[in-house]
Design a protein around this ligand. Structure first.
Ligand code: HEC
Ligand code: HEC
Ligand code: HEC
Ligand code: HEC
Ligand code: HEC
Length: 364
């Protein structure tokens, strides 16, 4: 394609883009990256069954990417703070037996155990492995796979922590239900029973389902759309929300901070607050549920904090101005950012010159 033609394509796309900003919302972004007309028949077409199905395919999330066969050990020098084995070298081993995946490492009692992997998170940059403890608590095992560098690295393990220190992977303060679950599963109910110190946690699925962004009942959305006009009213359509509330939908997860709610029932050693906006309801102001606590290190999921402090937030340029939400795979098997327009045209639609790398770090 020559540049002239490219320019025409982008100008066309830009015209559509502006139209949608004026009409107060952006409709479904197709995998092709252009917005759809907002007339009804076009919308229905854009929601054709095949695309919908593609979005709901089982995820790659459950695929183990780490090396459990050859480069399957991780040796680290134990933290000097450790009261028992400071300075020793300890080796964690990843292996497969009878089709099941295990990590052999030191647990809460300072002994080595084989922890079977029950769940997997991550498909892009790094992958975490989760173990279900006998009392129903889920813990993130201390060896994580760095996908880009193809190697094992420690995560809340003996290099910096030790059992009981409060930040060791198997400590109560690191329980997945409090630290991670709200952003990495849909419809989680923690169900902690203090008397027996046990969890009977349920969730609809690992990963991001329709309900995360449309509120409960979204499984009915398709039926509602095609059959029952009234049921439509029960579901949150983010496109109809004021823009800040709309950005809050993404901000419930693409954010760094703590819940306003305290962890209850509370037990000594638990974190005081959830790491996600516990109790958040789509369409409600995020700040009722979450206190932003951006950190300086480049940690994951801080896009909302960065955006919130940017000129774009002030000007009402939301996440969904630049990102599609339903592209095949975005939250199932996401591949790098998935913005609505390719490369620099995303920015040059509105700016004469700019670098897309600056998208979230506008003030820095
Ligand atoms: C406030 C919401 C939130 C919390 C809490 C949270 N995450 Fe995430 N996590 C995200 C978002 C959003 C992304 C994707 C965006 C990014 O990586 O910047 C992500 C990405 C990841 C990835 C990388 C996925 C990939 O494909 O590369 C892993 C692994 C992960 N999280 C594990 C965890 C673990 C383990 C915890 C708990 C200790 C946790 N997260 C807590 C929101 C959260
Ligand atoms: C990551 C958040 C997110 C997820 C997950 C998500 N949606 Fe959406 N959805 C949105 C947003 C935001 C809009 C508003 C349009 C826009 O901004 O692109 C929307 C709009 C819609 C609309 C159009 C409503 C209208 O009247 O135009 C339908 C239908 C829909 N989503 C169905 C679904 C279904 C079904 C699922 C699950 C398979 C789903 N969505 C998952 C965020 C999400
Ligand atoms: C002005 C356009 C724009 C806005 C507004 C915007 N983004 Fe982005 N986003 C981008 C671009 C461009 C990239 C790719 C950056 C790159 O290639 O390095 C990106 C990358 C990302 C990534 C991939 C990981 C990363 O940090 O690079 C995530 C996740 C993300 N955006 C989420 C969000 C969320 C959530 C919001 C709203 C709070 C948002 N974005 C607002 C343009 C935007
Ligand atoms: C319920 C939590 C949740 C919500 C709500 C949510 N996201 Fe995400 N998002 C995630 C997680 C987790 C990942 C990483 C998935 C993985 O790698 O396994 C992700 C991945 C992404 C990516 C790809 C990041 C990359 O690594 O390149 C983009 C872009 C993105 N989200 C944008 C959005 C936008 C825009 C919204 C709002 C319409 C939104 N998200 C709402 C949790 C969420
Ligand atoms: C929908 C239109 C729109 C798009 C798309 C857009 N911007 Fe912006 N941008 C604005 C507006 C409006 C402002 C605030 C007013 C101003 O400074 O011009 C702004 C401000 C900025 C600023 C801050 C300027 C300052 O003085 O503080 C930077 C940097 C920036 N944008 C970069 C980007 C990048 C990078 C992209 C592409 C990823 C992008 N913008 C995409 C509309 C847009």
């Amino acid at each position: 394609m020559n540049n002239g033609l490219l320019n025409k394509v982008f100008t066309g796309a830009f015209a559509l883009f502006v139209l949608f900003i004026i009409s107060g919302g952006i409709s479904h972004a197709s995998s092709g990256g252009t917005s759809h007309d907002s007339n009804t028949s076009e919308e229905v077409n854009s929601y054709d069954v095949s695309r919908e199905n593609a979005f709901m395919q089982p995820t790659g999330e459950f695929t183990v990417l780490g090396d459990f066969a050859i480069n399957n050990t991780l040796a680290v020098k134990v933290s000097d703070q450790s009261p028992e084995i400071a300075g020793k070298e300890i080796t964690t081993t990843m292996f497969i037996k009878d089709g099941k995946y295990y990590i052999n490492t030191i647990g809460p009692d300072w002994e080595f155990h084989n922890y079977e992997i029950s769940y997997v998170i991550g498909i892009n940059r790094r992958q975490n492995y989760l173990a279900l403890f006998p009392n129903g608590a889920i813990h993130v095992l201390p060896a994580q796979w760095d996908i880009e560098q193809s190697k094992w690295i420690m995560n809340y393990g003996l290099d910096k922590n030790y059992p009981g220190s409060g930040n060791f992977w198997s400590d109560d303060a690191r329980i997945w239900q409090f630290k991670c679950g709200g952003c990495h599963s849909t419809g989680m109910q923690i169900n902690y029973d203090k008397a027996s110190h046990s969890f009977s946690t349920t969730f609809a699925s690992l990963g991001i389902g329709c309900e995360s962004c449309h509120g409960p009942g979204s499984s009915h959305i398709k039926a509602a759309r095609y059959n029952f006009d009234k049921e439509k009213e029960t579901i949150v359509n983010p496109a109809k929300l004021p823009w800040r509330l709309r950005a809050g939908i993404c901000g419930q997860c693409h954010n760094w901070g703590a819940s306003t709610a305290r962890v209850t029932p509370y037990r000594d050693g638990f974190p005081e607050r959830y790491s996600y906006p516990y109790g958040f309801k789509v369409g409600k102001p995020l700040n009722l549920f979450y206190v932003n606590e951006p950190v300086d290190d480049k940690l994951h999921h801080q896009q909302y904090n960065e955006w919130n402090a940017s000129a774009h937030a002030e000007a009402g340029i939301m996440c969904t101005t630049c990102h599609g939400v339903h592209q095949a795979g975005l939250h199932k098997n996401p591949h790098k950012a998935q913005t609505k327009f390719i490369a620099d045209s995303l920015c040059t639609n509105c700016h004469k010159t700019t670098k897309k790398k600056a998208a979230h770090r506008i003030l820095s």
